[in-house]
Design a protein around this ligand. Structure first.
Ligand SMILES: *Cc1c(COP(=O)(O)O)cnc(C)c1O
Length: 366
């Protein structure tokens, strides 16, 4: 049997080690996972409360239209219900976009480094990927991205805040980009960390949907909402885009329990505000710590921070792993000599600071 040729050049997603594995390997009591940008404060208590009162009927298929969540989200975002599409995580929306728009001979434009799945799924559909390096401060270079667009370009992937840096695309450069981006190109704008962005940095991307029918915004319940394990995310775009995606979409692609949990989570904005505030305080304190030990880091509008390491990120990763902290080495993210740290609780971050300080002092002595 012969699989698509491109698959021989790709590998399955390399997930972080599972905590149980590491605990056994290094004989640790406790592991702090700071590798996947999950919400360290869990999820809205109301979700648990409601679900404990009675679970959905698992013997019947879910509502493929996602009616209840669709209606709640449409009113919250002030868009039409027909402008929404749901996926098994944003991940699946990205996959649907690739299946809908890409053919062999077409190409996409993306920043590098950025979220790896844009490239992965684009390649699988036979498209070429034009990668445009971010600038020295980790921002998308939108002018160079415009230059990289040609008549065969179908999608330009924008990630704001960008994973793994945390930088957002500034409003003025985005406006200029929108006005200069050819209409045959779909602008896929990934806002997985939207809920963490500070008000001053929010460019209100949804406000451009009416004037630009080649724009899709993607968000998720996996990060700030704390529902990563349930797999549900959504896209917001012109109805014509959604219609096409619905042809490609599996009829029952999100589960009944995910739909129900997301609906409850959406109604509890106090939880989101609380997560935002706690994250912001932890971030400030951790940045101060990095300043003190003299490690540079990228500006971040998210619940993670990319810090430059004095030796390879993989080695720092290993040092931390042996002491019970899982972070993500930059070598796996396309930016060597860095580590990406998801911001945990105050308590866990204080412990991490102690371990990093010890590492730093050892490194100086050497
Ligand atoms: C985590 C993440 C996603 C994936 O989110 P899911 O909804 O869990 O699939 C998408 N984009 C970026 C940039 C992310 O960091």
């Amino acid at each position: 049997m012969e699989a698509k040729q491109i698959l021989s050049q790709l590998t399955p997603y390399k997930q972080g080690k599972q905590t149980k594995e590491i605990q056994e390997e290094f004989g640790l009591d406790r592991i702090v996972k700071l590798a996947s940008n999950e919400n360290p404060y869990g999820y809205s208590a109301q979700v648990k409360q409601v679900l404990l009162q009675g679970l959905p009927e698992f013997n019947v298929y879910p509502d493929g239209y996602t009616a209840d969540l669709r209606s709640a989200l449409a009113s919250k975002l002030e868009v039409e219900e027909s402008q929404l599409v749901f996926g098994s995580g944003t991940e699946e929306i990205i996959q649907m976009l690739c299946r809908t728009y890409l053919v062999p001979g077409s190409n996409v434009v993306a920043a590098t480094p950025t979220f790896g799945q844009y490239k992965h799924y684009s390649l699988i559909e036979g498209a070429e990927v034009n990668e445009v390096p971010v600038d020295a401060d980790g921002y998308h270079d939108l002018n160079k991205m415009l230059d990289a667009i040609d008549e065969n370009t179908r999608i330009v992937w924008l990630c704001s805040p960008n994973n793994p840096m945390g930088t957002v695309i500034p409003k003025e450069s985005f406006k200029a980009f929108l006005n200069n981006c050819p209409k045959h190109v779909l602008i896929a704008f990934d806002e997985a960390y939207f809920e963490y962005v500070e008000p001053e940095a929010n460019i209100d991307v949804l406000s451009y949907l009416n004037s630009h029918n080649n724009l899709i915004v993607m968000r998720t319940f996996s990060k700030a909402y704390g529902l990563a394990g349930l797999r549900i995310g959504y896209g917001i775009a012109d109805e014509a885009i959604i219609e096409k995606l619905n042809v490609v979409r599996g009829p029952f692609n999100t589960t009944s329990i995910a739909q129900q949990a997301a609906l409850i989570a959406l109604s509890d904005q106090t939880f989101i505000a609380d997560s935002y505030n706690k994250n912001k305080a932890v971030k400030e304190s951790f940045k101060k710590f990095l300043d003190q030990i003299g490690w540079k880091y990228f500006h971040t509008e998210t619940n993670f921070i990319l810090a430059e390491t004095p030796i390879s990120g993989t080695e720092v990763f290993q040092y931390l792993l042996e002491r019970g902290f899982i972070v993500r080495p930059g070598e796996l993210l396309g930016i060597p000599n860095t580590i990406r740290i998801s911001l945990g609780t105050d308590e866990d971050m204080n412990e991490l600071k102690r371990v990093l300080l010890a590492f730093h002092n050892e490194a100086i002595v050497k």
